[in-house]
Design a protein around this ligand. Sequence first.
Ligand SMILES: NC(=O)c1ccc[n+]([C@@H]2O[C@H](COP(=O)([O-])OP(=O)(O)OC[C@H]3O[C@@H](n4cnc5c(N)ncnc54)[C@H](OP(=O)(O)O)[C@@H]3O)[C@@H](O)[C@H]2O)c1
Length: 244
Amino acid sequence: MDIPLSNERHLSNKVAVVTGGTRGIGRAIAERLLQAGASVAFCGRSPESVARAAEEMAQNPGGTVFGEAVDVSKPEQVERFFKGLDRRFSHLHILVNNAGVGIFRKVKEMTVEDWQKTLDVNLSGAFYCCRETLQRLNNAEGGYIINISSLAGKNPFSGGAAYNASKFGLNGFSEALMLDHRYDNVRVSYIMPGSVNTEFGSRSAPSDWMIAPQDVAQVVMNLLEMPERTLVSRVEMRPLKPRK
Ligand SMILES: NC(=O)c1ccc[n+]([C@@H]2O[C@H](COP(=O)([O-])OP(=O)(O)OC[C@H]3O[C@@H](n4cnc5c(N)ncnc54)[C@H](OP(=O)(O)O)[C@@H]3O)[C@@H](O)[C@H]2O)c1
């Protein structure tokens, strides 16, 4: 997938799917892709949030936006979402697996449901979306899959067992996926941000020392603009001055 550098609409012939695009990091990524002229299909679980986000994003100049209420942890919903995209687009080019949940409890207090939900959304959801996308990439044109992992994918912390397991898993999955499909012209990268200023995991107070969601979106654009011969397969990002 040859992406010409930095004219305003350099993604105007590309179709991108962003999971969890109603707010936070996914929303910032969807907005940057739209600004660059891409057609963007996004999802989130709440139909109201999806409708609101689609309406707001459609106000800005750029590519066309389409949103649908989809729970990525449910393979039948993911399949239905992608079948719907077949009616709109002949091929897909970019997938950003961003949808994720954070349930933070010590193992003794963690329910089976907490564990399953975290793994189902953060890890299996990415697999379901990759599978559907890979069937819809044109290998001559190529494609790009970007998985939003976390520094929690390399740094375990107390209360993070399920989240750590899901993000360690996502990292391993991303690397094997890259090895599976690099010769099919599919590039795969995963981004591991530290604390990002969103409502993730019921965080409430905005904190300016954190990474801004737009900064993660900037990294996505930088990856897409890399020359095709080179793959930046893993990116770590952290706040410059974390709270002490
Ligand atoms: N914020 C951080 O500090 C941080 C740091 C490192 C990595 N990350 C990762 O970045 C990603 C995005 O986090 P964020 O901070 O932007 O979180 P956020 O503000 O809570 O947004 C999460 C998005 O994902 C959607 N979502 C959640 N579960 C879903 C599901 N089962 N199916 C489809 N969509 C779903 C949400 O919409 P609905 O609620 O309507 O479904 C929302 O659009 C996550 O993978 C997270 O692990 C975050």
